[in-house]
Design a protein around this ligand. Structure first.
Ligand code: FES
Length: 163
């Protein structure tokens, strides 16, 4: 049986050969009243979940413009999650319906850019659904990890939806 001291060079050699694990960079747009509060609930509840995301708070999911998402991809995101209140719970009544329309529009732009639609996701998460927020992040992280790095990350955009 080898001592820990004898094993150390072998362990170091194995570590040197092992490919570095790649973690996708995710951007999460979350509405202030539901999904952002859901993220807070996950944190307060000390739920463990994948940490490879940055969250951007918007007052309502209806505020998320296609240009926000394209800019996130342009700046290096490998996946973008849009999240808001459940249908019927939007504090601005129709905001999440608007988000759904924008989501479909953005998906068609991603197709034009040659990006996989699976890099974009829309979820309704309430303030009380901390565990669900964590589950969505874990699932989306794995989904994007399987796709690999975004081919457009860091490349200047040639498409704009600005009026
Ligand atoms: S306020 Fe949350 S989706 Fe509109």
């Amino acid at each position: 049986m080898m001592t820990a001291l004898e094993q150390a060079p072998q362990v170091n050699a194995m570590r040197a050969k092992a490919p570095a694990a790649w973690n996708p960079r995710l951007v999460v747009f979350a509405c202030n009243w539901c999904s952002y509060a859901g993220a807070d609930t996950a944190g307060v509840s000390r739920i463990q979940y994948q940490p490879h995301f940055r969250i951007i708070r918007v007052m309502c999911s209806g505020r998320i413009q296609p240009d926000f998402v394209l800019r996130a991809f342009e700046k290096g995101a490998d996946g973008v999650l849009l999240s808001g209140c459940h249908i019927g719970d939007c504090h601005y009544v129709f905001g999440n319906h608007r988000a759904l329309e924008q989501f479909e529009k953005i998906k068609s732009v991603l197709r034009l850019l040659g990006l996989e639609e699976a890099r974009l996701r829309l979820e309704w998460i309430s303030a009380a659904e901390g565990p669900r927020f964590a589950q969505v992040i874990d699932e989306f992280t794995e989904q994007v990890r399987r796709l690999g790095p975004s081919p457009v990350a860091g490349k200047p955009r040639t498409t704009s939806l600005q009026p």
